[in-house]
Design a protein around this ligand. Structure first.
Ligand SMILES: [Zn+2]
Length: 168
């Protein structure tokens, strides 16, 4: 027995074999309200991030950690930071599209430099801007692992885009 349902995220109708299904896809179930946000330190520096569902992001404050942030927390505890939403993306948008938006805001704010922000690692490793070059110079294992993971993500995305073009 199939049930005709309306997806809660994209509002398209879909056939569900299970009555309780509310989303047409995994993407719609996870990326309900994708957005790029920033946390602002009282000294004016920013940390930019991206999230699949912005409605839950600010419940716990800035729950992130890297060496630049940890150093700032000693002077400015997390609860003294403020936040704002920089951009909302369409529900169920792709991960690379969300990362592209995140990278655009990081580039615009310049918060990949320690005197203006806390973004140690670029969200988009496929690009070759000053942020990517600087991050490559840091040779921590963590950075190498993250680079490998994000390169694989982009390769999968590019393969998918080529497939869509070939199918059209
Ligand atoms: Zn959907």
């Amino acid at each position: 027995m199939m049930h005709q349902k309306i997806c809660k995220t994209c509002h398209r109708s879909f056939e569900a074999s299970h009555r309780g299904r509310r989303f047409c896809s995994w993407q719609c179930a996870k990326y309900k309200a994708p957005a790029v946000y920033r946390f602002i330190c009282p000294d004016g520096r920013s940390y930019v991030g991206a999230v699949a569902d912005i409605r839950k992001r600010f419940d716990r404050g800035i729950a992130r950690s890297n060496p630049w942030l940890d150093a700032a927390f000693k002077l400015h505890p997390p609860e003294t930071w403020t936040y704002e939403i920089l951009e909302r993306l369409p529900p169920s948008c792709s991960i690379p599209r969300l990362r592209e938006a995140e990278q655009r805001h990081i580039d615009h704010l310049g918060c990949w430099k320690p005197d203006t922000g806390f973004n140690m690692n670029p969200p988009v490793w496929a690009a070759n801007g000053p942020m990517q070059k600087e991050a490559r110079c840091r040779s921590a294992d963590q950075t190498r692992t993250m680079m490998a993971r994000k390169r694989a993500e982009w390769a999968a995305h590019i393969a998918l885009v080529k497939q869509v073009v070939a199918d059209a």
